[in-house]
Design a protein around this ligand. Sequence first.
Ligand code: ADP
Ligand code: MG
Length: 686
Amino acid sequence: MEQVELRYLKGIGPKNEKLFNKLGIYSVRDLLYFFPVRYEDRRAVTSIKDLKEEEPALIHARIMAKQVKRVGKNRFSRRGGIFQIIVADSSGKIECVWFNQSYLNDSVSVGDWLLVYGKVTRYKGKLQFTCPDFEKTEKDETADSSLNFGRIVGMYRLTEGISQKRMRRVMAENVKNYVHKIEDYLPFTIRKEKDFLNITQSITNIHLPCDFAAAERARARFIFEELFFSQITVYLRKAKRVMQSGVAFKMVSRLLDTLKQRLGFSLTSAQLKVIGEICEDMQKPYPMHRLLQGDVGSGKTVVALCALAICAANEYQASLMVPTEILAYQHYETCKRLLGPFGYTIELLVSKIPKAKRRRLLENLAGGKIDIVIGTHSLIEEDVQFKQLGLVVIDEQHKFGVSQRALLPKKGVNPDCLVMSATPIPRSLALSLYGDLDLSILDELPRGRKNPETLLIPEGKRNKVYEFIKGKLREGRQAYIVFPVIEESQDQDLLSLNQMYGELKKIFSEFQVAIFHGRMKKEEKQKVVEQFCQKKTHILVATTVIEVGVNIENATVMVVENPERFGLAQLHQLRGRIRRADYQPHFIMMRRQNLSEHALARLRVIAGTCDGFRIAEEDLKSRGPGDFFGHSQSGFPYLKIANPLNDIKILQEARRYAYQIIKKDPQLIESAHKPIRNYLKDWFLS
Ligand code: ADP
Ligand code: MG
């Protein structure tokens, strides 16, 4: 398709180009593929006398009276008052009001005919339209020519400066001008088998449907298309990988047995299974590419250690990257304790080590004198080089950006890769997002682990919560109190750490209370954690920095303030920090008044289950994958219309089609597969 710059498109222009960019629209193709998120049925005109409360409706009526009301010191008065009109048709009359939009007064006059669409609500006993959409018409003009009325209209995701009306106009114009020029990327045979319409009809129907069935049919095609290409890229990457040559490690069973004995506990059967999967991968002559998922506390570290040991025993270098220094330090200690006795050289690379020491460390690493290096982002800095990097392990991989994750393996020649994540993702989603990775799951916790008792406590019982914590502290346990923000904000509903710290110190005057958050210096943080470890402090008042890797066995109580501000997956991660074997842990979420039903329902999910996969599923259902991972995290061109969780059947089908195609034609050279090749090129996927 020809490349027309966005600014030259009808209705956009240089000034608005940036606004469209904000929505992720950079080309004509992006624009045509920017689909409505929902539709409104604005086909039938209703008589005013037939309007019903709480129902959206379209009327065609004439303005009888209008006024702008500036009411005293009302909060609306400063920003433009209330604009009211009375409209009437042959059956009756009704009032319409708009807040802060008194400028509307200049756009209409008494006697004008309007099409008005909106939800009818009751105010002081009478029905009215509140902030409805409207458009002027001639008396006997029907709505046929309008993009906004008299039809099913698309509702788009917007950004400030672009209204629904402008978006619809821009779409209508450009769909008309360009829809015939866009290539149909779905191979003809698939379209035929699936009974999809071609691209021209589908794009037209998704933006400007004549009925809901047409819109639905178009959506079905695009959902399939998106998932199909996601799976094509997945299989292509996989096909490429298998053709690369990697290290075929030799098995070192005796060494692993010794390691297992040294642990002091026996591995769960899930751990054994996963270690087996990794051993098999590592013996293969092409690079391992495996994602290990397991809830917080499921014991991923030991699994990683086994992989590191196999690599080191084969005289290759291994590296383990983690998102925080504290975690790096913990892993370093564990690694030295368990793998040190085999005689490997193990080093820690974080940003705070002195220059001279760092230089020596890098020399040794490049010279092959270090077997295992554990570190933070420091590992991906440019001057870090390996002699023979054989294995890369990335812990808490969701904390790294896609490009960051890609950097470490590049420091070797096709090393084996193991990425680990404590954010459980339902298998279907994992397949579509990380489908080029093989998947291992630790679906079992070490024996005897107690799930935290989870409570949702109303604000009014705050003192009881404090008393409860004191009781636990007197028994010798420790506690976390977690806040969503560090500093006070405009938001009255939000408790901040700084605001509460002083107060908590008073409330817990017989104990030591420490503060811990991301803006503290690294040394300070380290010190706070150390003192907490040594039980010199009893309560950590913290932000979510404790979410990753702070592993303190004696802390069994966690209180979360404003839990409604956290993602479900995040709450679950936090809760995982106190999952213990010996003492019953308690996870307390403070429930402020006036929580919305939706917020409450989400918190009840946490209270109702400790199963990370179920929580992830609930979270995804209500938020969609984009929000769940955030754009940069998904590692995958953002799915715009498909939701792999709801569209699981389509995903599986798309996967089958993609598999058949790549198996038969991995280079995509057949002419029937040319559209696929073009798609990958056009969307920068290859
Ligand atoms: P995560 O999967 O969250 O990274 P860790 O690897 O940090 O979990 O393990 C959490 C704790 O459980 C550690 O103290 C670890 O030593 C311990 N652990 C791991 N596996 C077992 C097991 N099979 N039995 C008992 N304890 C275990
Ligand atoms: Mg871990």
